[in-house]
Design a protein around this ligand. Structure first.
Ligand code: HXC
Length: 536
């Protein structure tokens, strides 16, 4: 056997016709010329110059991904529109950079719009590039991230632009619950450029530069006569506090990419996989004495639920979603013994933690995300009820409030509930009670499970007796005490198996971690249907 010939080709292949060797041995002038041309076109396709003081989208991509992992796709795509002088504009890349790379060593797909190319406006080629990357992300089962900076539909391309948006919306919806979809609003986003983000799972909005509106201030002034600045109409403060359209407030571009990386660390890459489990250095059996001193003596006083969350999760790390919107409910991700959990908790510091239209909306959407992507739900309860009042009734609290019932009942991921203090009325049921399919309901000894608070209840059920009594105050006090003895503790509900166990608050972390382990391979069977019809 001649070792030197082992790897020789069976048939001698001639050089490809376009790349013939030159007479000077070892030189390939056609190849060199072709490569020079490629570099020239690539440079053209790199996009326009960045705006003064604004990050170039390529730099944003670099900051977002693990170093050296970005692979660009469809760099040479260009529009084919000949109207309104566009035939004279060669826009290689067509104002959007698309490709894939890695974050924390895991695959992600992305697109980044380039405002320097016709205001990042979306025409047919631009849309096709985005659709292609979304399709690839779906096939690969990995998250897709859009970095947006766009004036909306490219006006010159007419219906092709509108159709392009439609194609993106269609994919946003079809892929909803299949792969996580994340949007960052980094520049002015108007018209069609804001509908697609609204269909994605999470929106990050950059302070000052990031703006979102259907129609800008000029149109608002023209149609309604109201003068308003861009920031007041659709700035990051507005959308993270008032409208709830955006989930995360980013101080600047760098903060935004750091937050996206953080989020990606918590969530699963697709609906079939679990979230990655992290190394845990925080003792899973840690019992925190501080938990005993958190609740105020007076049960009518509020306390900060963040304190409890921070004490029970790994390394006190909690990544809050919609932190400034509907603050009476807290939603966010944390890890417990390295496993991701989605936490939903009442915040007694804000409106006593009652459920209203906005907080129900916020929590229902978060619950559905967790359920879609295999993230167990941990619910911490201290709630006196749904918000009473004309304002909320007229806003549709019946419809919005029922979203919580729907989302929890629909969720089949592990569901663990801890009743910390009050769990009253419909809100008790709504906060992932046993009746909505909680797998395990634990309660602190301070828990009170009842239809309503003692004073309110006595006023209703003993109204006639109280009216007739000479010593009204004394009778009332006795009746309140009687009610308290019965319901202002967790035991009546535990006797009836609405609560599975009453625990020492210091055991909260180990007990939840144990339950997550016990439920790791949970399977739940639901009746066949096309899909449910959640109240919206
Ligand atoms: C084509 C556009 C464009 C657009 C901006 N440009 N938006 N080109 N189509 N939609 C171009 C501008 O002509 C300009 O080109 C460059 O981008 C920068 O724009 P400026 O106006 O100079 O920038 P700025 O002052 O910062 O204002 C940004 C802006 C403004 C607020 C976004 O451009 C604007 O109002 N654009 C239109 C926004 C809009 O109404 N979009 C809705 C489209 S309809 P030159 O060559 O001068 O640099 C829609 C509906 C879709 O989206 C519905 C789907 C179902």
């Amino acid at each position: 056997m001649q070792r030197s010939n082992d790897y020789a080709p069976v048939h001698k292949q001639s050089d490809p016709p376009c790349f013939r060797k030159s007479k000077t041995e070892g030189k390939w002038p056609e190849v060199e010329e072709a490569l020079r041309k490629l570099t020239e076109v690539q440079q053209k396709a790199m996009g326009g110059k960045s705006k003064p003081g604004k990050r170039n989208p390529r730099e944003t991509i670099e900051a977002l991904l693990d170093p050296g992992t970005f692979v660009e796709v469809n760099m040479f795509a260009r529009h084919r529109c000949t109207d309104f002088g566009l035939d004279k504009k060669e826009l290689l890349g067509d104002g959007v950079i698309t490709g894939y790379g890695e974050v924390h060593g895991r695959k992600v797909f992305l697109y980044a719009q380039d405002f320097s190319v016709m205001g990042g406006s979306l025409g047919a080629a631009h849309a096709k590039k985005i659709c292609n990357i979304m399709d690839l992300a779906a096939k690969a089962g990995a998250p897709v991230i859009g970095l947006l900076d766009s004036g909306g539909a490219r006006i010159q391309e007419g219906t092709d632009s509108l159709g392009g948006y439609g194609d993106i919306f269609f994919r946003n919806v079809r892929l909803s619950g299949v792969i996580p979809q994340i949007t960052a609003i980094m520049g002015i986003c108007a018209g069609g450029a804001v509908y697609s983000p609204a269909l994605t799972d999470f929106i990050f909005q950059v302070n000052d530069s990031g703006l979102m509106f259907i129609t800008g201030p000029d149109v608002v002034a023209e149609v309604t006569g109201q003068e308003i600045s861009k920031e007041e109409l659709g700035g990051a403060h507005i959308h993270t506090k008032i409208t709830g359209n955006a989930d995360f407030f980013s101080e600047n571009d760098q903060h935004c990419v750091e937050q996206i990386r953080l989020l990606l660390g918590y969530i699963s890459p697709n609906c079939k996989s679990k979230a990655p489990r992290a190394q845990c250095t925080d003792d899973p059996n840690r019992k925190d004495e501080t938990l005993l001193g958190i609740l105020p003596q007076n049960t009518r006083r509020g306390f900060d639920m963040h304190k409890i969350i921070n004490l029970i999760v790994d390394d006190r790390r909690f990544f809050e979603v919609k932190a400034n919107f509907a603050r009476n409910i807290i939603c966010g991700f944390a890890r417990m013994d390295g496993r991701t959990v989605g936490i939903v908790a009442n915040q007694p510091l804000v409106y006593n933690g009652v459920l209203d239209c906005d907080s129900s909306d916020k929590a229902a959407r978060f619950i559905r995300f967790c359920d879609a992507f295999n993230i167990p739900l941990l619910t911490l309860v201290d709630i006196p009820g749904y918000m009473p009042g004309v304002k909320e009734e007229y806003k549709g609290i019946i419809r919005h409030g029922s979203k919580m019932l729907y989302a929890y009942s629909e969720a089949t991921v592990p569901k663990i509930t801890v009743i910390i203090r009050k769990a009253y009325g419909g809100a008790y049921v709504a906060m992932c009670s046993k009746h909505l399919g909680a797998d395990l309901v634990l309660a602190w000894p301070s828990a009170e499970v009842a239809v309503m608070g003692p004073e309110g209840a006595v006023n209703i059920i003993y109204r006639k007796e109280l009216e007739a009594a000479e010593n009204r105050d004394q009778v009332k006090q006795e009746k309140v005490q009687e009610y308290r003895d019965k319901f202002a503790n967790p035991y009546d509900a535990a006797f009836r198996q609405h609560i599975d166990d009453v625990i020492d608050p210091r055991d909260t972390r180990p007990r939840i971690i144990g339950a997550l382990k016990m439920l790791e391979d949970k399977e739940e069977f639901t009746p066949w249907k096309r899909h449910g019809n959640m109240p919206v």
